[in-house]
Design a protein around this ligand. Sequence first.
Ligand SMILES: Nc1nc2c(ncn2[C@@H]2O[C@H](COP(=O)(O)OP(=O)(O)OP(=O)(O)O)[C@@H](O)[C@H]2O)c(=O)[nH]1
Ligand SMILES: [Mg+2]
Length: 383
Amino acid sequence: MTSPANIGNIRNIAVLAHVDAGRTTTTERILALADRSGVAGEDHGITLTAAATTCGWRGHSVTIIDVPSSLVHGTDAARAIRVADGAVALIDAESGVESQLEALWRLADDRALARIVFVNKMDRAGADFGAAVEAVRSKLKALPLVLALPLGQGSDFIGIIDLVRERALTWKAMPFGAAFAEEPIPADRLVEAQQARAALVAVVAPKQTGTDGLVAAIRAAVAAGTVVPVLPGSAFRNKGMQPLLDAIVDYLPSPDQVGAVEVQDPATGSFSSRAANDDAPLTVFAFRSGLDPVAGPLLFARIFSGVLAQGAEIANATTGRPSRVARVLRFEASERVELAQATAGDIVALDGLGEARPGDTLTAPGQLALVEPTTEQIRSRSA
Ligand SMILES: Nc1nc2c(ncn2[C@@H]2O[C@H](COP(=O)(O)OP(=O)(O)OP(=O)(O)O)[C@@H](O)[C@H]2O)c(=O)[nH]1
Ligand SMILES: [Mg+2]
């Protein structure tokens, strides 16, 4: 986990949810699962104080970015979405799509962010998967692509039918066990599952038949923003979490797929783009401040391009002041890891930046650029 990941194996994911839909529970479950698969035999106290936490899954480095639900924190939410390459939207299976998710969804629309939907709380008595899928269409104005059907609901919710791989996954280790069994699709659901699979194949029209061709076609459609995969589960009961992680890895884009970042020259106002790779000039965007009980005040930031080394002399392009990064940290599920450097696509916490604020862009001295316009620029534009 501590070695730098190949950029194609990075997933920076924002979790979008209405208050109480299960953002914290879902994030905790993901981190617990991923942590267990990556690190053997330790006691995992999971810290959720961080604005971004990184974990490993199937050889990928997945960073979960916390997005405040309440739009009282609208700027924080918009910046969290700005640094994400994809998002998981949580819908409460009982209460459906609610206002805060709708507002966050619009912010993600503005950035054409690739998304998948997790219909959470399928174990609740009033859970209605079909209604949640319909709400993706009617309220979120997106084309839902159902990738799995629930097996039972309410207290009978035991698992899902994976339509892509045509199998049933059941979590029978009660009450909260993560282990699941893979079985054939139950005979009484077979026709329904075949019809649902045919519907999904018809939407994404894979050029190659077979599972791999279908996965690639779904991935392409998600990146293009034409479809939103939908999966049912229950974070609280720990059911459906591995398929959610698989979907993050299989269907949401990596930083290099999302591509270059558009920046503005603070002196001339002219725009240019910087490619999402280590050889491009350094572009770091600070999106959230945090106060860590151990590390102290930190600034969470995304490396859009270039390489940021610990101790590097940098410039705050927003304020025009020189600065120095004392430490580059990454929050992993169970610990804080100090990195020698962060590379393009990484999301890290920076220590020692003093006056820098969320919204600031940090660059190499002499290569100033802004990801977000400065307050002065916004004022002069609206004047
Ligand atoms: N039955 C059931 N309850 C759930 C599930 N997921 C979360 N909950 C419960 O729903 C409540 C809210 O869950 P949280 O994970 O705290 O939700 P949140 O979205 O982080 O809430 P805020 O941080 O307040 O926005 C808690 O009581 C959870 O135990 C689920 O899958 N099934
Ligand atoms: Mg929460």
